[in-house]
Design a protein around this ligand. Sequence first.
Ligand code: GLN
Length: 522
Amino acid sequence: MWGWTLREITRAFQEGRISPTELCQRCLSLIRKTAFLNAYITVTEELAMQQATAAEQRLQRGKSFGPLDGVPIAVKDNFSTAGVETTCASNMLKGYIPPFNATVVQRLLDQGAVLVGKTNLDEFAMGSGSIDGIFGPVRNPWGYSEQYRERFARDQKLEDSNWVIAGGSSGGSAVAVASQTCFASLGSDTGGSTRNPAAHCGIVGFKSSYGLLSRHGLIPLVNSMDVPGIMTRCVDDISTVLGTLAGHDPKDSTTIQDPFEPFELPDEIDVRNLSVGIPKEYHAPGLSSEVLKTWIKAADLFENAGARVVEVSLPHTQYSIVCYHVLCTTEVASNMARFDGLEYGHRSEIESSTEALYAATRHEGFNDAVRGRILAGNYFLLKQNYDHFFVKAQKVRRLIANDFLKVFGSGIDVLLTPTTLSDAFTYHEFIKEDNRTRSAQEDIFTQSVNLAGLPAVTVPTALSERGLPLSIQFIGRAFCDKQLLTVAKWFEQQMNFPHINIQGLLNHYNELHKPHNSVGAI
Ligand code: GLN
């Protein structure tokens, strides 16, 4: 069952090979055994069993049974979930229990999905490693895989300190899917937070066109760039989940007005009439030779299959990181202003004056990364700085979006790019100062996509020399999400990316932790 697609699960339910409650129990049991990965902040065991039981009854009564009915899913802890604590991995929201579901969560539940838990992240989704939340860092299951043990750890003492980061900020959602504790998850993507961890964890991560998915109930980071992200083990499953989620939401005025027609991707895909663009500016400094190799190989695959592969130029790429950071921090400054200790969220006990209350509340509630962004954002918004930073960044954003428009206007259907500069870091590598900077640089492949509101998807390709996932990103025209996913599916069919062996992972963990703390067989 671990390799099953969503449609295969439905078939297995219908043929009685497994029941929704059995499947839910297996996932919950695996969540307990893989707790050391720290993917989940809250496990909604009771709720999940109730939902699975309801799905089982629908199945027994022969009620129409959709592709998500009875399917265990997980949701990043920055989506509001009615009655379930929603923390954004921050002291500011710890203990907050929303009275409503985010629209995308509600739509999943309406289709019978079973919520097994809320997943870990960087505080308020600010970060690229999933190590900066109050619940501690997320660990990448590939760091415990047989492949990693055999290749990288072969030369090193087998120590737990070699653990590998999951990428971020939706690292918990990526690990939840990669470690097979659920079959689909929601992340959020403001500058790459779905695609980056998906790439590092060897799964498929999709960011839709801005406006296709509702942001209502997604606690905002950057309203003009945020989109809910979808993470699954294969491209077909992305389209199944997208079909459930997409379309107009009266509670989010930026969603499309037209109804969205769910689609199934064809099995036989012909790429002969396809034009694939390779942006020359994406040969970024720091690009590892392995990623370069997988990128060239991908381009060759398309060429050999008869597609037209051409080099294109996105000349303003070099400004995307700076532009993103000015716009991100200014929107953060404005979004975070609501957390003042008076309306909701954490409230400090230091109440000597209103100002002291604000300051203490925000000091206690936010980590350094969040406070740093609030500070930078307010600086850019000062009267004397506004034109120089904020307005200029808006203009640069337009130039970046125009670069894409021009390329797509010239007949290119999709862009083929790396998702990350290299495979994932170990924790010790990641926390070194220059690697922190490097990990922010990595967003060069993902952030401009959010600045332009385009759809993009990352697909795993192969394992690196040290046994960690590598991947490729496809960027599509706005609202051509279906075409993008079709191309990604064709590409996925050409790859033979391995599933992680869960029993092997647990064995490796046990070896590191014997005799105490070991976990049983699955
Ligand atoms: N790494 C980026 C940041 O920290 C992206 C975050 C995101 O997409 N949520 O802003």
